[in-house]
Unconditional design. Structure first.
Length: 495
């Protein structure tokens, strides 16, 4: 008898999954669910990437693939008429769904998810019964476990972390002037996907954002090429300016690999080995290589494992009692309704590409939401829906924990927010802006500067008890215009 087919979700598309030795003799089942697409909605370009990835893999596998376009996944599996093998999916809801399919005999085996370096079992052994973890500790253990940038039992270069070398403000020019990122060439499959999405919109399916050319890899070959281009041409300048923001240079030196990584087109250990090799052969400084490696086997892995460790109840965390609904302009990505240049540019990036890098996410979009008290669960769903790399497991700990401090400090030791001075230092947004980052009161008062002090006042008791934020409370209480500022911010509608 032939082995049971392997059913792949749309974020499990890599060769290291479907062509691993244990699956070499299996047919591959790919299901495109119109009901799931309509239900999940989200950014138009994200839907394009997922559908394009599934269809490209079906074409690549040829006769080995069984490609189904059905209303729902169950419908396709029932019609298939054979039980399938499947890897653990990447969300709590999908895991519960697969368990029901297994109970009904439609799934014969559920295998560990192969898209991360560390297994969930191994993370459980590392975490024990703890609830508070620090990424730096996890990252160092990962380096040792996988022998990445290690010289014996010591970190290469003598330091675990080169963050101090990776915080430069943007240069005094419009762009970094580095080689451009790898970008795909669309093909007939992309044209068909776009036409099908147009038909869905005509039938009433609501997407956010705007359509645009495909910017990210959706096949293993494309992902390999994107990785090689980044390592060879862009990694050297990544670290120095990884926290900077520039109006006219949306990609800067960032890798644009989050989409192919989260579609599982790349094995994360292959990615970090490529970066390590560039450090070892002298192609890039260790500060650039280490900073990128930390994002992959440190941050990305940590977020994945905490999603499962904390469970679905994590979405209910709201320790700062934030309940303000997302405003319509924020929800609809209406960048033109926003005066603050930095916030408008971040929203425009989400609208036009479904992507901005980690600092606009944390220190513009997230910081604005934190200062204004937006509901953290609603915000987490907004990020999931509107970012092309924003799958279910990605956002809860990133947004509810790191960005909104809504988990009471399980994820981060302090809230991440700032006034306009930080944005002015780390971006070129402020000079042409109508608001003044140095002003906290008045018609031209920066909403981030004023918002920072209003947030500090609102959570004064909590911030005073934290040795990392106590100084901000003391400074706030010396502001002579604090009462005027608080009145101004209580009614502010203009951002």
């Amino acid at each position: 008898m032939s082995p049971d087919p392997l059913w792949l979700f749309g974020d499990q598309l890599g060769r290291h999954i479907h062509s691993a030795p244990q699956h070499a003799d299996r047919e591959v089942v790919l299901v495109e669910s119109s009901a799931a697409i309509a239900r999940r909605g989200g950014h138009r370009q994200k839907a394009h990437l997922v559908l394009s990835g599934i269809r490209h893999l079906a074409a690549e596998l040829g006769d080995r693939a069984q490609f189904w376009q059905a209303s729902g996944y169950r419908d396709a599996l029932v019609e298939l008429g054979r039980p399938v093998v499947v890897h653990e999916p990447t969300s709590h809801a999908a895991a519960a769904f697969v368990a029901r399919l297994a109970a009904d005999g439609l799934v014969s085996e559920i295998l560990p998810n192969p898209s991360f370096a560390l297994s969930r079992k191994e993370f459980g052994e590392w975490a024990g019964d703890g609830t508070k973890f620090r990424m730096e500790n996890f990252y160092r253990d990962q380096r040792v476990r996988f022998d990445i940038l290690m010289d014996g039992d010591k970190p290469a270069g003598g330091s675990w972390n080169y963050d101090h070398d990776n915080r430069d403000a943007p240069p005094k020019r419009d762009t970094l002037g580095v080689d451009p990122p790898w970008l795909p060439t669309e093909d007939q499959i992309d044209e068909e996907v776009r036409a099908d999405l147009d038909a869905m919109v005509a039938d009433g399916v609501a997407f956010t954002g705007v359509d645009g050319p495909r910017l990210f890899a959706v096949t293993s070959d494309e992902a390999d090429e994107a990785l090689r281009t980044f390592i060879d041409q862009r990694l050297a300048t990544f670290g120095r300016w990884e926290d900077a923001m520039m109006d006219a240079d949306w990609a800067m030196s960032h890798s644009l690999l989050s989409v192919p990584l989260n579609l599982s087109l790349l094995d994360p250990l292959d990615v970090v080995h490529a970066a390590e090799a560039a450090v070892r052969d002298g192609s890039v400084d260790i500060s650039a290589g280490e900073g990128f490696i930390r994002q992959i086997i440190g941050w990305r892995e940590f977020i994945w494992h905490l999603y499962w460790h904390y469970g679905p109840e994590y979405m209910e965390n709201n320790s700062l009692d934030a309940h303000v609904p997302l405003p319509d302009w924020f929800r609809s990505l209406d960048a033109d309704a926003v005066t603050a240049r930095c916030l408008s540019e971040a929203l425009r990036g989400v609208r036009d590409r479904g992507w901005v890098h980690h600092i606009p996410r944390l220190m513009l979009l997230g910081s604005h939401a934190l200062q204004r008290g937006y509901d953290p669960a609603e915000l987490s769903e907004w990020f999931r829906a509107n970012f092309v790399d924003g799958f279910d497991w990605v956002m809860p700990v990133n947004v509810i924990g790191m960005s909104q401090h809504a988990d009471g400090g399980l994820m981060a030791t302090k809230p991440y927010t700032s006034g306009g001075a930080y944005i002015d230092k780390m971006s070129d947004h402020c000079k042409p802006c109508e608001f003044n980052p140095k002003k906290r009161v008045g018609d031209d008062a920066c909403p981030f500067t004023a918002g920072y002090w209003a947030f500090t006042h609102r959570h004064e008791e909590m911030l005073r008890k934290n040795n990392r934020t106590a100084r901000s409370v003391a400074t706030m209480n010396r502001l002579k215009d604090l009462d005027e500022l608080l009145e101004q911010e209580s009614v502010r509608e203009h951002f």
